[in-house]
Design a binder for this molecule. Structure first.
Ligand code: ADP
Ligand code: MG
Length: 337
């Protein structure tokens, strides 16, 4: 009888525990920050969403180039300034990515981006001479950060817009993880961050936008990865029958124009994926493919007007969709050609 009682108690305990596991309910929140709509979904404590929102708004307040009170705006105004520990970490990571990509990513491109009007929306086609003058001070190697102080060379200004959303996603998921969350999905303006798998154990299906129209170019299945896209369709204007977008080639001062319509980078760290997606978009299809072949723990989806190129890590998890359904999908391998 006693044994039966113990057995019953055990069964109830097991039922209770498995029941608890299944009650990780999804909670969602939407906010507008970093110039984009952010949708956060956490399977766990709803209050974590408030913490995530606070974190993003605080981060925006420290980093935004257009917020006069931000640490970055102060640094840009005076050429040197104190930065908080978090900003220093991001700045250090961003500079490492500038170096890794041979300057295709360059956080000091900001004066050029601003002159085109991409920061304010007051777009204009700058004179070639003006661009040349602005480019003379663009060089991430002249940005130093050490022990809470950042210093720029005279005339330089920086902008962390190319990596800030990826960084924000990483920090939010860090808070979720520290609080025992096993499943979460963040959509930060088309940049997607996933924590773990879906609660039922299956992969997340993340759609990649069609860069030249409505709908999607494909879907990729991931667990615990960031899926981050840069494309010329995200912010642009037209002048004299030509389209100019917001991702600038630091070698020319003009928007990257190399046949790539978008680049999606899939990897473990959002900040790295964000920096790389911008940089690979600047490099163009050939140089970007060479960059990937040379190494690094990430995969990529390159969309051009000729079709889609994916790296081999995605060959079983990427499927084209909508108007790309019949598009040619080429797989890149590291050890071939
Ligand atoms: P989005 O922020 O639109 O998702 P990206 O992550 O590619 O896209 O970042 C683009 C932003 O980065 C631009 O709006 C501009 O502020 C800045 N930027 C543009 N070109 C470069 C570049 N070559 N290196 C670093 N930052 C850049
Ligand atoms: Mg980026």
């Amino acid at each position: 009888m006693k044994q039966l009682l113990i057995l019953c108690t055990l069964c109830v305990a097991i039922l209770f525990l498995t029941g608890c596991k299944q009650t990780a309910e999804p909670h969602s929140a939407t906010l507008f920050a970093m110039d984009t709509v952010m949708e956060l979904t956490v399977y766990g404590d709803r209050q974590l969403l408030d913490r995530a929102k606070e974190l993003v708004l605080d981060m925006e307040h420290r980093l935004s180039v257009t917020d006069e009170d931000s640490e970055i705006a102060a640094l840009n105004r005076t050429g040197s300034g104190e930065v908080s520990a978090d900003t220093e970490k991001l700045l250090t990571q961003a500079l490492a990515l500038c170096e890794r990509t041979g300057g295709a990513l360059d956080i000091s491109i900001y004066p050029v981006v601003r002159t085109w009007g991409f920061t304010t929306g007051e777009y204009q086609l700058p004179e070639a001479g003006e661009l040349a003058k602005l480019l003379a001070v663009v060089d991430y190697q002249n940005v130093a950060v050490n022990q809470g102080v950042a210093v720029l060379s005279p005339g330089m200004e920086i902008d962390l817009g190319s990596v800030a959303k990826g960084w924000a996603g990483d920090r939010i998921l860090e808070i979720f993880r520290q609080n025992g969350v096993k499943s979460a999905l963040l959509n930060l303006g088309g940049n997607v961050h996933t924590l773990g798998a879906k609660p039922d154990g299956s992969s997340w299906r993340v759609a990649v936008r069609d860069p030249s129209g409505e709908g999607y170019a494909g879907v990729v299945e991931v667990t615990g990865k960031a899926v981050i896209t840069s494309g010329g369709y995200q912010r642009f204007f037209e002048a004299d029958g030509k389209t100019y977008h917001h991702i600038i080639n630091p070698a020319t001062g003009y928007p990257a124009d190399n046949g790539l319509l978008s680049v999606t980078v899939v990897g473990d760290e959002g900040v790295v994926c964000d920096g790389l997606s911008t940089a690979l978009f600047v490099m163009g299809p050939d140089q970007a493919a060479e960059f990937w072949k040379a190494g690094g723990n990430f995969d990529a989806i390159f969309i051009t007007s000729n079709g889609i190129v994916i790296t081999d890590g995605l060959k079983n998890t990427f499927s084209p969709l909508d108007s790309y359904k019949d598009a040619k999908v080429t797989v890149l391998y590291r050890d071939k050609d």
